[in-house]
Design a protein around this ligand. Structure first.
Ligand code: 5GP
Length: 114
């Protein structure tokens, strides 16, 4: 299977504005931001989407969420708030088949989402 865009960013084949990385995941700035803060947190492990994650991924999924919250705090969103979004599959609008958490903030976000 072809490498996803995010796998190519992990492998440094494509440039990205990397805000954070550790041995399990990266946080980058979205190329097409939908809010003043729009970052993507994704694992190094090439999991296509949350629907494909299994019991073995439990700790990794926890790490992604905690990292997203930490990155949100690092850019000053802890008081104003922020939203984490995971799109899984066609109806959710998933466009990159490499699991990622969107971190959105620094503006009022509507609900329900479109
Ligand atoms: P999805 O629609 O799969 O939930 O989200 C994919 C996200 O990846 C979109 O918000 C899109 O703007 C972002 N994206 C797609 N290609 C690139 C890229 O090459 N670099 C970065 N930084 N973000 C990308």
């Amino acid at each position: 299977m072809a490498k996803s865009i995010f796998q190519r960013i992990i492998d440094r084949e494509l440039p990205a504005k990397i805000a954070y990385e550790d041995d399990l995941c990266l946080a980058i700035h979205d190329i097409n931001p939908q809010a003043p803060v729009h970052m993507l947190i994704f694992p190094r492990k090439p999991l296509a989407r949350i629907a494909d994650a299994g019991k073995d991924d439990q700790a990794l999924l926890g790490h992604l969420l905690l990292t997203a919250a930490r990155v949100a705090q690092a850019v000053g969103l802890d008081e104003s708030g922020f939203r984490l979004v995971i799109n899984s599959g066609r109806d959710a609008g998933e466009s990159v088949p490499h699991l990622h958490v969107h971190l959105l903030g620094q503006r009022r976000l509507g609900w329900p989402p479109g």
